[in-house]
Design a protein around this ligand. Structure first.
Ligand SMILES: Nc1ncnc2c1ncn2[C@@H]1O[C@H](COP(=O)(O)OP(=O)(O)OP(=O)(O)O)[C@@H](O)[C@H]1O
Ligand SMILES: [Mg+2]
Length: 223
């Protein structure tokens, strides 16, 4: 079976003025459809950079990235944006909800942006699975951290992306809320065979994944 993600010799060097900061130094990664993967490693080892490249948020310096059969290096920016909208859901560490919109609108706006219009069946399935149906009229300030993160996950998966990328989705949550969010991710993975790549510093979070990718100094060292 063809992997849903594959990278070959993936490198990313950031430039700040004349200083080159190597963040990825040659990453070869294969992810199969339906896998739930945790990405772990010390601060600064390149985890977020890897997720941003896989999500088409930033370009690699060299190497190849295939996502769902498409080669990122041969895509125009416009094509990559369109591709990202249909293929990738992204959950950020800091929720990134729009403060003036209710939970309902924070989630449904993703469907409007994607252009396929509102799908009430999917909306109900996802919000009930994530246990936020009672909170849909709340604006973010009136939601707990765990609820905000669940709304952010709902927004990321509402358009049925093939791949969910989550950068420390439990990073700002207490133990109880972390566990709730992890259970929800596990459930999404089981029910919809949602492919998930999750960065985490938390060993309990990594333990819920099927496979753990360990990074150090811009390399994948195991997994
Ligand atoms: N926009 C940027 N410009 C320059 N350097 C950057 C930029 N983003 C990240 N870096 C550098 O690239 C390296 C990898 O950063 P990255 O954010 O991928 O690490 P990380 O593993 O996610 O760390 P953390 O666990 O602290 O979030 C670091 O040395 C960082 O300082
Ligand atoms: Mg990071």
């Amino acid at each position: 079976m063809e992997p849903i993600i594959s990278t070959q010799g993936l490198k990313k060097i950031y430039r700040i003025g004349k200083v080159a900061v190597p963040a990825l130094r040659g990453v070869d990664l294969l992810v199969q459809e339906g896998e739930f993967l945790a990405v772990v490693g010390p601060s600064g080892c390149g985890k977020s950079t890897l997720l941003h490249v896989l999500g088409g948020l930033t370009n690699p310096t060299s190497g190849r990235v295939f996502v769902d059969g498409n080669d990122f290096s041969n895509m125009s920016d416009a094509d990559r944006t369109r591709f990202r909208r249909h293929t990738i859901g992204f959950v950020f560490q800091r929720f990134n909800l729009l403060p003036t919109l209710s939970a309902r609108h924070n989630i449904s706006i993703a469907q409007h942006i994607q252009g396929n219009g509102f799908n009430p069946h999917r909306f109900n399935a996802i919000t009930s699975m994530l246990g936020i149906q009672e909170k849909l009229e709340h604006r973010p300030f009136a939601l707990s951290g765990g609820e905000q993160q669940r709304v952010a996950i709902a927004r990321a998966v509402i358009c049925e992306p093939k791949i969910l990328l989550a950068d420390e989705p439990t990073g700002n949550l207490d133990t109880e809320n972390s566990q709730i969010v992890l259970d929800m991710l596990r459930e999404l993975n089981r029910t919809f065979r949602q492919t998930i790549l999750m960065i985490t510093h938390n060993p309990e979070a990594a333990a819920v994944a099927d496979r753990i990718i360990r990074m150090r100094d811009g390399h994948v060292v195991s997994g």
